[in-house]
Design a binder for this molecule. Structure first.
Ligand SMILES: [Zn+2]
Length: 172
């Protein structure tokens, strides 16, 4: 059985549905039908504006954000669906915590729903460091469909890492 590293926390029945789509080579088509749109948040500057607008709308009282950027080296799974760091820097002899939001570069080419979901996730971390109940309440407050989107994003990440299918007709 194929291990689905992005989906390990989900019920076996859901994982089996994904495995069936993979076996039928229909997972890409399934995702393309559900998430056909793309977005134009393609630069760090555009990403900053996008994050700031969502924060202004939902989390006005959360701490300010110093920096927002796409990061090509970010591992979505290892960094718990996006890195959330309070980088400490020595400035004029004093230590100042700097709030950064880093979003994995793969989201540039992903559906707008997935970008929104990952940004909502990172914004929620401004208030809650851990993935606890309060954290997910914040996420669903900002994005009522959050849980479905996180599942679908994990399916998308699974699909991106599938080995390229061998075209049997071209094999000699
Ligand atoms: Zn997280």
């Amino acid at each position: 059985m194929v291990p689905l590293k992005y989906l390990q926390a989900y019920p076996a029945t859901l994982q089996d549905k994904v495995r069936a789509l993979i076996a039928q080579e229909r997972l890409g088509e399934h995702l393309a039908r559900r998430y056909p749109a793309r977005h134009d948040v393609q630069s760090d500057k555009a990403l900053y504006a996008y994050v700031a607008a969502l924060k202004q709308q939902h989390l006005r009282n959360a701490p300010g954000i110093d920096k927002v950027l796409y990061d090509a080296r970010l591992d979505v799974l290892r960094n718990a669906l996006g890195l959330h760091t309070a980088v400490s820097r020595v400035q004029g002899g004093r230590l100042k915590a700097k709030k950064e939001i880093r979003v994995a570069s793969l989201f540039k080419a992903a559906a707008p729903e997935f970008l929104q979901m990952i940004v909502v996730h990172e914004l929620a971390h401004l208030k809650e460091m851990d993935h606890n109940k309060a954290f997910y309440q914040l996420c669903t407050h900002m994005l009522p469909d959050y849980h479905q989107l996180e599942f679908d994003l994990r399916v998308y990440l699974t699909w991106r890492e599938l080995p390229p299918t061998i075209n049997v007709n071209q094999r000699e």
